[in-house]
Ligand binder design. Structure first.
Ligand code: ATP
Ligand code: MG
Length: 215
């Protein structure tokens, strides 16, 4: 089988990957926002797209159920990247990983005093590494969504979350106090597929590389 399967998530990653696919001559025949299909064909007989949860993209590619995928750096850090070749930063779905606290909470003082912070996040590994590097003791609380609620409900002192405009933080009376890292999405490739399907994959990777928008 020389066919290629590409794992994408719905929403901004699918939308922002479309122009890159087009540059490689690949056009999906359906839009996952309106179709309920999880396997979407393309104009090319040998290329299909599978629609998975953003956090599941690295897993599909790691095990070879997809040859290629697009995943945020946030997701790749939490996954660990085992079995994945990451040749290209696509410079799409850009945002920042931030620490945020309720307005009025003196984060700098809490950190200075060596207080033990309660931090809620979907990004446990990122949060653990960030605070460990700063020498700040934290109790990490794993959440799966709506992180902004955690400090308001008294579950945590701080959250680690993705921020783009800051609108959601503001609406919930939270402020970003520290940037952990800039985030964008990367192309991930199954390591075995890269060797076995090189002839089909190489031109796609080259087209993506040439179509990436630089800042
Ligand atoms: P769900 O919303 O279904 O729980 P998710 O939050 O993992 O899933 P998306 O919100 O589509 O999925 O985010 C997918 C990827 O896009 C994230 O992994 C991240 O890299 C990036 N992303 C998330 N939020 C933003 C944002 N506000 N602006 C830009 N990129 C973002
Ligand atoms: Mg989301």
């Amino acid at each position: 089988m020389t066919g290629i399967t590409i794992a994408l998530s719905k929403g901004r990653i699918f939308d922002e990957t479309l122009p890159l696919l087009a540059a490689a001559g690949i056009v999906p025949v359906e839009n996952p926002e309106t179709s309920r299909k999880l396997i979407i064909g393309t104009n090319r007989d040998d290329v299909r797209v599978v629609i998975v949860r953003a956090t599941d993209v690295p897993t599909y590619v790691q095990y070879g159920a997809a040859d290629l995928g697009v995943a945020g750096k946030d997701v790749l850090i939490e996954h660990g990247g085992e079995g994945l070749y990451q040749p290209l930063d696509l410079n799409i779905a850009k945002c920042r990983m931030m620490v945020a606290v309720p307005e009025g909470f003196d984060y700098a003082r809490a950190v200075r005093q060596g207080a033990r912070l309660k931090v809620a996040s979907k990004y446990i590994r990122t949060a653990r590494e960030h605070f460990a590097a700063k020498g700040v003791h934290v109790d990490l609380i794993k959440l799966y969504g709506s992180m902004e609620l955690a400090p308001l409900a008294g579950l945590a002192d701080a959250i680690v979350d993705l921020v783009s405009t800051g609108g959601t933080l503001k609406a919930n009376k939270l402020v970003a106090v520290e940037e952990i890292m800039p985030i964008s999405s990367r192309l991930v490739v199954n390591q075995a597929a890269l060797k076995l399907k090189r002839e089909t994959l190489a031109p796609i990777l080259d087209a993506f590389a040439n179509a990436v928008k630089k800042d």
